[in-house]
Design a protein around this ligand. Structure first.
Ligand SMILES: NC(=O)C1=CN([C@@H]2O[C@H](COP(=O)(O)OP(=O)(O)OC[C@H]3O[C@@H](n4cnc5c(N)ncnc54)[C@H](OP(=O)(O)O)[C@@H]3O)[C@@H](O)[C@H]2O)C=CC1
Ligand SMILES: Nc1nc(=O)c2c([nH]1)NC[C@@H]1CN(c3ccc(C(=O)N[C@@H](CCC(=O)O)C(=O)O)cc3)C=[N+]21
Length: 294
């Protein structure tokens, strides 16, 4: 069997189209232009890929995009002061602080300083707690994108066996919560899990969010399973360039999976599109408008 390829580019473009239409409506009917502020401290290769596409796509959707680049040795107090300024800036509806932060900065303190109403990454404990309690919340973009991609293959995830490999606050944990909301049966694996291959073999849905290039092998995958590869790993490529690979051995998995996301062109595309969705949602909630139809 050769897996069908889940085209994140197309699915994300459709979603961005719906966001752009709603942004145009909110602007003309209510005079509100949703605005996203991105804070990048120092330089991290994975973060830079993300920042590039975010800026462009935010503007293409008709939103305002603000970028704040700070040096890696910025003082904690100055970073928090910037977040607090963005909290009170009426043109900003979404605040995203790129992670990981350079050593020496207290990530929890920075995330906790973000106004939960503007927390488009869904990282603030208020949003994480609301999601875990089954309440409406701003949820992290990558897990939201994973669910949309899965639903492009399976209308309902009810009763399906899912495995999420990785338990970070940004990806693994919130993805588990969203899968529970879809009534999937979820196994959570991490660096201390035993016999990942055996755990994977039982899963109809495999989510790899580890940060280890091609760790998940083709023969771990149950024939016909849907594989969602979250990993973005940069490896040295031809002619001194770098190439991106996922956490799944793609060529191997193609042979056993029923459907699979490529890297690039899969989950990463959806992360940016869902960030636009969250910014639009935040803007509507802040201005007490009805939730957008996206
Ligand atoms: N496509 C996209 O839009 C995005 C992609 N990413 C990518 O996704 C990947 C994961 O990101 P993120 O969640 O932030 O990473 P983290 O480093 O925060 O978390 C990695 C998780 O993987 C687990 N892990 C590490 N080694 C193993 C192992 N050998 N076996 C099983 N589990 C293991 C860790 O377990 P433990 O908790 O025990 O340490 C941890 O829970 C990265 O490649 C990142 O670049 C991230 C965000 C968005
Ligand atoms: N607070 C915070 N929130 C995040 O969501 C967050 C973060 N920090 N830090 C870095 C990681 C990584 N991440 C990516 C998102 C999209 C692409 C993306 O657009 N990928 C394209 C690749 C484009 C190319 O080829 O260059 C694709 O996969 O098709 C990549 C990486 C979000 N992250």
């Amino acid at each position: 069997m050769t897996a069908s390829i889940i085209d994140g580019k197309i699915i994300a473009a459709e979603l961005r189209g719906r966001v752009a239409a709603e942004v145009a409506r909110v602007k003309s009917e209510h005079g509100v232009t949703p605005g996203l502020a991105v804070v990048l401290v120092g330089s991290d290769p994975a973060s830079e890929v993300y920042v590039r596409s975010k800026h462009k796509q935010t503007q293409e959707a008709g939103m305002a995009s603000f970028e704040h680049k700070l040096p890696a040795d910025v003082a904690q107090a100055d970073l928090i002061a910037l977040v607090q300024k963005l909290n009170t800036d009426p043109t900003v509806h979404g605040i995203l602080v790129q992670l990981p932060l350079p050593k020496g900065l207290d990530t929890d303190a920075v995330v906790n300083a973000i106004d939960p109403a503007k927390d488009v990454d869904g990282l603030h404990p208020t949003n994480a707690g609301r999601l875990a309690s089954g309440m409406p919340a701003l949820s992290p973009c990558t897990p939201l994108g994973c669910i949309i991609l899965t639903k492009s293959v399976h209308k309902s995830l009810e009763g399906m066996n899912a495995i999420v490999i990785g338990r970070s606050n940004l990806v693994g944990r919130p993805l588990v919560q969203l899968l529970l909301n879809e009534n999937a049966t979820v196994t959570i694996a991490h660096s201390k899990s035993r016999d990942l291959a055996k755990l994977c073999a039982q899963a109809d849905l495999v989510y790899a969010a580890v940060g280890r290039p091609e760790m998940v092998r083709g023969d771990w995958i149950k024939p016909g399973a849907t594989v969602i590869d979250v990993g973005i790993n940069r490896l040295p490529g031809a002619e001194g360039k770098t190439r991106l690979v996922g956490d799944v051995a793609y060529q191997e998995a193609l042979k056993t999976a029923g459907a699979i996301t490529p890297v690039p062109g899969g989950v990463g595309q959806m992360t940016v599109a869902c960030l636009l969705v969250n910014t639009l949602r935040a803007a509507c909630a802040i201005h007490k408008l009805a939730a957008p139809a996206v």
